[in-house]
Ligand binder design. Structure first.
Ligand code: SF4
Ligand code: FES
Length: 257
């Protein structure tokens, strides 16, 4: 079993790939394979991780041309071209290196973000757009004596969006992000929608924050974001619902004129 890993650091003219014969253990994750690479081949290999349990979101990378969490992806499941995800192809994942998916696991940095070193990308732009949508709850003006209760149906609707761990896998899988670096992106938009449908939220016009050419309207509905999300968040559905609501509101406004 061969691990093929992208290598780059500042000052290099162009990136290259290192290959490494992996000692496969049952249940081994790609993250563990990278540790083995560090121990046995080159301890300067750089990558991010923290929780090792699909919680912190720091280990997202492009594994066999699909953005995934390294700590959650088992090497064995990738063997013989396994664990395919039917994402729409886009330029950033077009093959750049000879790679045999039958025998090799290919590990590269997440697309669409600048590479700092090896598998570490600069997440600044991702978090800049996340901050732009103001991901904080603003309580409605009424001041209940007890807690703000929610009915279970409302909780069910929004809880899927609260599962986001900000790993940016969706951004790395989004063809629009590749051609429009100013697009707010699926993670920020899904989070904004989560506040919009929260019945406790005081700001009634939250959808308006992204009612700009680089917000809701930039999405082309490829759906790659929802397919790769390791936590089951469906940004595509959130964006489609927001767009439909904004169009409805616009129609009603025109009728009244
Ligand atoms: S929506 Fe999913 S893929 Fe995107 S940042 Fe959140 S957890 Fe990661
Ligand atoms: S190490 Fe935390 S999500 Fe993978």
């Amino acid at each position: 079993m061969i691990l093929k890993v992208y290598r780059y650091h500042r000052g290099m003219v162009s990136p290259h790939y290192d290959t490494f014969e992996l000692e496969l253990r049952p249940g081994m994750t790609v993250l563990e394979a990278l540790f083995q690479f560090q121990e046995k081949l080159d301890d300067s290999l750089a990558f991010h991780y923290s929780c090792r349990g699909a919680v912190c979101g720091t280990c997202a990378m492009l594994i066999n041309k699909v953005p995934r969490l390294a700590c959650r992806t088992q090497v064995e499941s990738l063997l013989k071209g396994g664990l395919k995800v039917p994402i729409v192809p886009y330029p950033a994942i077009a093959e750049t290196v000879p790679w045999n998916p039958e025998e090799e696991v290919l590990v590269e940095p997440l697309p669409h973000l600048p590479v700092i070193r090896d598998l570490i990308v600069d997440m600044d732009a991702f978090f800049q757009y996340y901050r732009f949508i103001e991901p904080v709850f603003t309580p409605s003006a009424d001041n209940p004596e007890k807690e703000r209760t929610m009915d279970p149906a409302a909780v069910k609707k929004l809880e899927v969006y609260t599962n986001c761990i900000l790993c940016a896998a969706c951004s790395g899988a989004c063809p629009v992000e590749g051609k429009n670096p100013r697009y707010l992106g699926p993670a920020a938009l899904a989070k904004l929608y989560r506040f919009h449908i929260d019945p406790r939220e005081g700001r009634t016009s939250r959808l308006k924050t992204a009612d700009i050419p680089t917000g809701w309207w930039a999405c082309e509905f490829y759906g790659n974001c929802s397919l790769v999300c390791p936590k089951g968040v469906p940004p595509r559905i959130a964006i489609a619902k927001a767009v439909a609501q904004l169009k409805r509101e616009e129609k009603e406004k025109l009728k009244k004129q």
